[in-house]
Design a protein around this ligand. Structure first.
Ligand SMILES: C[S@@+](CC[C@H](N)C(=O)[O-])C[C@H]1O[C@@H](n2cnc3c(N)ncnc32)[C@H](O)[C@@H]1O
Length: 321
């Protein structure tokens, strides 16, 4: 069934887990190979919760919370390790969570406490462990869902959480569909929230996003591509991790390969810019295209097509793979 208002259609992904397809955006919420597999492999695993000890608190922001899949997967992994989450979420549209929570497939996917937390977030925009004695074993300390355009709500987090967060899970639609959430300005804002050893994690390996993260002063690494989510030989990366500190030695992360470094010397690495934090998609895309043309004319960058040929790669895709 498709909702008329936002044209969101429930979909079952290949691992049997629940997802949505947005007809308005023209893109799915998750990898077609598995919403749950993606949450676990691209967000939970590279968070490396083993860095904390039982009883510790992990401070997390879920950007583009959507159905809550990434948060629920993290909550359940944190619970297994005896960790507590102090949690914030950013999301524009309440409908993905409404649809997910009313869907039998989504309900079966999660433990009752995880569903109860998502339901509290849906109803009140907040959830708190001490007020819910039935959650005594749940990993949530406190959660706050900030509804609205993430670009505007981010400043409130910056006032109170600058330099404090351990994890930022960045799961916007692909850069070409939603460039406003992959701009240098927005990614720099997210980066400013990270604690010195904090990590921003995203499924996205686009050169423009990696370049923007570097311009934000962050160290970047590639998330190891998992065979379960890899479709073809040129799915070279499982996404990107970024941190104010070096990511060397992290088990599920690796330095960018020579091929990936060269990708950042091509015109695909021209970042998206949104200096007003209110720019429209079409304007952000047009300005980037202009900057790309200027850089090419000045001979400053290689055409991405010739980089792809040199490395024997197929057509580029920047969405959930
Ligand atoms: C790829 S989906 C996120 C999937 C989500 N992490 C999940 O597990 O279901 C992208 C989400 O971004 C939200 N979104 C789009 N533009 C936004 C904006 N400007 N601010 C906040 N959220 C936005 C959409 O409503 C959608 O839920």
């Amino acid at each position: 069934m498709t909702s008329n208002a936002s044209r969101l259609e429930p979909r079952q992904t290949e691992d049997g887990s629940f997802s949505l397809f947005s007809h308005q955006v023209g893109e799915g919420f998750h990898s077609g190979r598995g919403a749950l597999a993606e949450a676990r492999q691209k967000f939970v695993a590279p968070a490396e919760l083993e860095r904390w000890s039982p009883g510790d608190t992990v401070r997390v922001l879920d950007v583009c919370f959507g159905t809550g899949c990434n948060t629920a997967a993290l909550l359940e992994a944190a619970q297994q390790r005896g960790l507590r989450l102090e949690w914030w979420g950013l999301e524009l549209d309440p409908e993905p969570l409404d649809l997910a929570l009313s869907h039998g497939g989504f309900q079966q996917q999660w433990q009752p406490t995880s569903l109860a937390i998502l339901e509290q977030l849906r109803l009140k925009g907040a959830a708190s462990q001490p007020t819910e004695s039935s959650w005594s074993d749940a990993a949530l300390g406190h959660g706050t869902l900030l509804w609205g355009d993430a670009r505007q709500r981010l400043s409130e987090l910056q006032e109170r959480q600058r330099g404090c967060l351990d994890l930022v899970l960045m799961d916007a639609f692909s850069p070409s569909r939603s460039p406003q959430l992959w701009s240098v300005e927005f990614l720099s804002g997210l980066g400013s929230l990270l604690a010195p050893r904090g990590r921003l994690l995203t499924y996205c390996s686009a050169a423009a996003v990696r370049q923007a993260l570097r311009l934000a002063g962050l160290e970047i690494a590639s998330i190891a591509a998992s065979s379960g989510l890899r479709k073809q030989k040129h799915d070279w990366s499982g996404g990107t991790a970024a941190s104010p500190s070096s990511l060397d030695g992290a088990a599920l992360l690796r330095a960018l390969s020579p091929m990936e470094e060269e990708h950042l010397q091509t015109n695909a690495a021209e970042p998206y810019r949104d200096p007003t934090h209110r720019g429209e998609r079409s304007v952000i895309l047009r300005e980037r295209q202009k900057a790309q043309q200027q850089a090419m004319q000045a001979g400053l960058v290689e055409a991405t097509s010739s980089w792809r040929r040199r490395w024997g790669l197929g057509k580029e895709s920047d969405n959930h793979q």
